[in-house]
Design a protein. Structure first.
Length: 236
């Protein structure tokens, strides 16, 4: 009987020891970071989970937020415009306070994001005053998307081709477009992005990566066109 009691006591002590040891695998550090140590994988590894709002976090959130705004349809933009402008001011204020904490590369990206948003905002203000003409918009959609102009029928398996078709037109004709033309091009681009968002979960990883590359190229070309337009305006 004494032997049985000793055995049970040994088991209890062993379980408590294992429990305390496993608790040491995950430690929370007071401040903006939580350190998680995972000893179940091969070797001892450490994973840092950022829970604070650092300057880099703010920049990443700003980038994602801006992408969401530029992908909205015209109706949504009109409805939300006052709130969008107010949120921009708040995000800018937070980032400006932490600007010195950003890396040199991030500072450059932040200024570019600001410039990009200002161009986009100017375009939206212009649309508010002078809406796009439906008939002309339909012509631009056909010109830019060709076989994919009916966006409701664009499927996960061919949306990549729709982006390639769109970007082919942009690369070929962008130098001949006026600022007004770019308003229509940008609107068709936002509609294409909306369709992508609707079927995002069904896209293959390779297609997602290719589309992101094409989106980045479009924003670069659009930004260059806006810059050129501003330079021409300043010399007139």
């Amino acid at each position: 009987m004494d032997t049985l009691k000793l055995f049970i006591r040994y088991i209890v002590i062993l379980c408590l020891s294992i429990g305390l040891w496993s608790c040491e695998g995950r430690r929370e550090v007071e401040g903006t970071e939580e350190i998680t140590v995972d000893t179940a994988e091969k070797g001892d590894t450490a994973r840092v989970i950022k829970t604070g709002n650092t300057a880099e976090d703010e920049l990443e959130e700003f980038r994602a937020w801006l992408n969401r705004q530029t992908e909205k349809g015209d109706t949504a933009i009109r409805r939300e415009w006052p709130a969008v402008r107010e949120e921009l001011r708040e995000r800018n204020a937070r980032l400006e306070q932490k600007f010195d904490s950003l890396s040199a590369e991030s500072k450059e990206e932040y200024r570019e994001l600001q410039s990009r948003y200002e161009r986009w905002e100017e375009r939206q203000e212009r649309r508010q005053q002078q809406p796009l003409a439906p008939a002309e918009l339909a012509q631009w959609r056909e010109r830019l998307l060709r076989d994919y102009q009916n966006l409701d029928k664009v499927k996960p398996e061919n949306i990549r081709e729709a982006y390639l078709t769109f970007m082919g037109e942009v690369r070929t004709n962008r130098r001949t477009w006026t600022q007004n033309d770019w308003d229509y091009v940008d609107y068709v681009y936002s509609q294409l992005n909306q369709r992508r968002g609707e079927i995002e979960g069904q896209l293959r990883t390779a297609d997602k990566l290719k589309i992101r590359t094409l989106q980045a190229e479009y924003l670069t070309l659009e930004g260059a066109a806006d810059t050129q337009s501003m330079l021409q305006g300043s010399t007139e």
